[in-house]
Design a protein around this ligand. Structure first.
Ligand code: DLL
Length: 441
């Protein structure tokens, strides 16, 4: 099923012409309606007339999460409050949440973007979509919901949690598509297995997973255990929510950016210069059609690269690599940079483990220390009589350490736990427990 394929297959010159026109409109819109942007442009001596080509985007200043917090709650809105029909917010780790607003047109555009994304992932009108993303201030639930309805799918707004009931609904409503964070979907699969059901026998054919980093190995695990094809969906509330980019089911090789609505850049987070295709850096987005809360050169903090290479699916849009993680979540272990998703990739290659893990950061004197907590596979655990001191467990721990050394070049303490010891997620998984601050006060 192809949903409004026109925008996804525009020749490059046409796409760039459309982007330039929309960029000029967006820049004018924020300049005229948001004092924050007008002041920032004035500091650089810029006016909307300075944007004559897509390359001129580089002249504009960046926007960061702190700018949203400093203008809490509605200071970055570019329309009168009477035009705003929806608010979402994401809870930060500290202080006030970041708030985003949508006009009626924004909601319609977002629904269209997500409908395209679901279609690219394999969803078809007339079929059923089980939406296990959280409903509420988080954009996942309602974002997928409106897109699924727009595509013409019967949408089950189940949200996260109450896992056994979800399993009953999957059996009875026979959805072909399931959406949720990969960690919560894994939780559903595990619960099905514990209930003595075979997840592969469900009606599900496609998965649309995202909102958190997940490794290729996690994709294989979910695809095999559920008997589905799983694609990665990316987005962030500041830019719109889910749907900014989506993998196609045909290639599962990079996420197509919905370029008629979002302009992407990748920058070196140190020098703030743009980096070439294929080079990893920080993703930066400029919205091209948003009315209520446009963003100009928003620094996402997410690490990925982009490519202009054509995709086998026929879409002509720029693709981004899977997001490795957030710059803030990158661990520096004795000088080596590593993202939790890279550690996950290694763990999932080791058969005796369950794909549940957490990294505990502590401070030992002046140095940061990391301990990896990971669960042993249920069958292995019972075969060893539930003895975590068994020699076999020590061998597995040594194997994990060796693999982490070989593949991620890090040496960390490994702690193998009983099945179920790590809290299960109903939304975004907590992979890092940072005890460093507590230790230093
Ligand atoms: O997570 C929007 C979303 C909902 C995306 C459902 C996909 C599916 P926020 O809560 O604002 O919005 O969090 C955005 O989550 O900056 C990334 O760090 C991370 N993230 C989102 N999608 C992915 C992904 C939603 N596919 C933040 N892979 C982003 C890795 C992701 N990280």
């Amino acid at each position: 099923m192809i949903f409004n394929r026109e925008m996804e297959t525009l020749p490059r010159e046409d796409m760039e012409a459309l982007q330039l026109k929309r960029l000029q409109q967006s820049v004018r819109h924020v300049y005229e309606n948001v004092p924050f942007y007008r002041e920032k442009f004035a500091e650089e001596g810029l006016t909307p007339e300075d944007i004559q080509s897509l390359d001129d985007l580089k002249k504009l200043p960046f926007t960061v999460k702190k700018d949203l917090r400093n203008n809490y709650p509605f200071g970055l809105f570019a329309v009168d409050q009477s035009k705003v029909v929806r608010l979402h917010a994401s809870s930060g780790t500290s202080g006030k949440p970041t708030v985003v607003g949508y006009t009626r047109n924004d909601i319609d555009n977002w629904a269209e973007i997500v409908a395209r994304a679901i279609a690219a992932a394999g969803g078809k009108p007339g079929e059923v979509l089980h939406n296990a993303y959280g409903y509420g201030l988080f954009t996942g639930g309602l974002g997928l919901h409106y897109g699924s309805e727009k595509l013409g799918m019967a949408t089950v707004p189940v949200s996260g949690g109450n896992t056994e009931r979800q399993i009953m609904l999957i059996e009875d409503f026979k959805p072909t598509v399931i959406c949720g964070t990969p960690s919560y979907i894994l939780n559903i699969v595990e619960t099905m297995e514990k209930m003595g059901k075979n997840p592969q026998e469900s009606s599900l054919k496609y998965g649309i997973f995202g909102a958190e980093p997940w490794s290729m190995e996690m994709r294989h695990e979910l695809e095999n255990r559920l008997g589905i094809k799983a694609v990665d969906i990316y987005g962030l509330s500041e830019v719109i929510g889910p749907g900014v980019a989506i993998e196609c089911a045909e290639a599962q090789d990079g996420l197509h950016i919905q370029e008629d609505h979002f302009l992407v850049e990748v920058i070196d987070p140190e020098t703030l210069e743009n980096v070439p295709d294929g080079v990893e850096g920080e993703l930066v987005f400029t919205s091209l059609t948003k009315e209520a809360m446009p963003v100009i050169r928003y620094r996402t903090g997410d690490v990925a690269s982009i490519t202009h290479e054509p995709c086998v699916c026929g879409r002509t849009t720029v693709r981004m690599s899977r997001v490795k993680g957030r710059i803030d979540d990158m661990l520096i272990i004795r000088g080596i940079n590593v993202f939790p998703s890279e550690i996950e990739n290694v763990l999932l290659q080791i058969e005796e483990l369950e794909p549940h893990y957490q990294l505990v950061l502590t401070r030992k004197g002046p140095l940061d220390d990391v301990q990896l907590n990971v669960e042993i596979d249920r069958d292995v655990f019972y075969a060893l009589g539930g003895d975590l001191n068994h020699d076999k467990i020590k061998t597995i721990a040594r194997d994990i350490k060796r693999q982490l050394k070989n593949q991620c070049f890090i040496a960390i303490e490994v702690n193998i736990l009983a099945p179920g010891a790590i809290p299960r997620s109903e939304g975004k998984a907590v992979r890092i427990i940072d005890k460093r601050k507590a230790a230093s006060v």
